[in-house]
Design a protein around this ligand. Sequence first.
Ligand code: CA
Length: 448
Amino acid sequence: MMWARVVVAAALTAAGLALAAEPGHVQVKCEPGVRILLDGDFQGAGTADLGGVVIENVAAGRHTIRAVKEGFEPQDHTVDVVPKKVAVWEARSFVPKTKIKESGGQGDKSVGSRQVGTIIIQSLPIECTVDIPSAGVQNYSKTKDEMTVSDVPAGEHKAVFKGAKELIATLRVEPNVVTRVMANFAKGEVTAKVEKPEAPVGQADYTQKNNPAAELSLDLGNKVTMKFVLIPAGRFTMGSPDSEKDHQPYEGPQHEVTIGKAFYMGVYEVTQEQYEAVIGSNPSRFKGASNPVERVSWDDAVAFCKKLSAKTGKTVRLPTEAEWEYACRAGSKTRFCFGDDDSDLGGYAWYRSNSDAKTHPAGAKKPNAFGLYDMHGNVWEWCSDWYADSYANANTRDPAGPSSGSNRVLRGGRWCDDPRVCRSADRDGFGPSDRGDSVGFRVVLDSQ
Ligand SMILES: [Ca+2]
């Protein structure tokens, strides 16, 4: 009896909210018999005449859809419902559970992960029809710059691009790898290249994007510019598990975090040339125009942001700690953005073993999957948050740290650090007026 009452109360609450916010609707395209759940509640099974399931009067906002087919891996999709509009999602081809294998060869980091990769499609001209039946894409009208098809089973997929002519290609998809495809109708050819590692989690199953731009450059004056790359909204696991080598208690508890809005992040640490163009002085110990600025306090970094905001009319700010880790990981769950091995760190970072006890020009090592350089090593980077030695009380959506504290967060490790400190999850804090020759920063811009 109690149970029934609780359910009724919950239903009334949901209806009340929906009325207040003007509901929208959700259409799920799927084969007959596929069961559809919305936020965990069963909504119905796909029928042949509807071509799927229609869910009416869904409260505006973000919801999770799950498509379930017996004997196959379920599919989850995040949908943003807009008042009075129909949000459409088409379930992809289901991957049989029997085909799920453990991945080998890379240690145990990807055990249990699915053998899937991502295809990113661009075309010239932009508009064409894309058909990759084995990846669940059927006669899809591409209307924007870039189309992303994620969770594509590894293997070969026949793709047909229809525009002024028909281009046919066989696309090879590897696990946890992005295959970037260009269908060029002018040249009559399809080219493909692979990028590692996998794009970040939390994106739609296939999405199109053209705005905002993927890259952006700010003019700092005196012919000095600052380059940014768009970091998409998404979800990630913040912190490190107890099992991670070199894990520290203050890197836990590991928790899911949603980054609700895309943002632009500086491709490089702020350089001395950039700092000087905005502030008019260079406090660094290791002089070099394209070396990162150091001996800047958190207060100095915030002052830089304010001044650059005023100069450009954009909102320039320090990243939150969550934004920083999300951007650093770029979809990875390993100790570093590239994997787990200390021995690979030298390819991506200046740290104790290779730095010769100094900073180096920003961008000389390999970038991560978002195109960000020196997230590991070179200089430590200020984040906007106050430091807390646990995530126990952290928000899970766009966390911005505790409301007060005595130290501000530093991330990514330094030229003088061992690999442990350069890990994606490691963290530390200094007082807001502290300065050091291993401490710098990079900035972010809101995308709107
Ligand atoms: Ca750094």
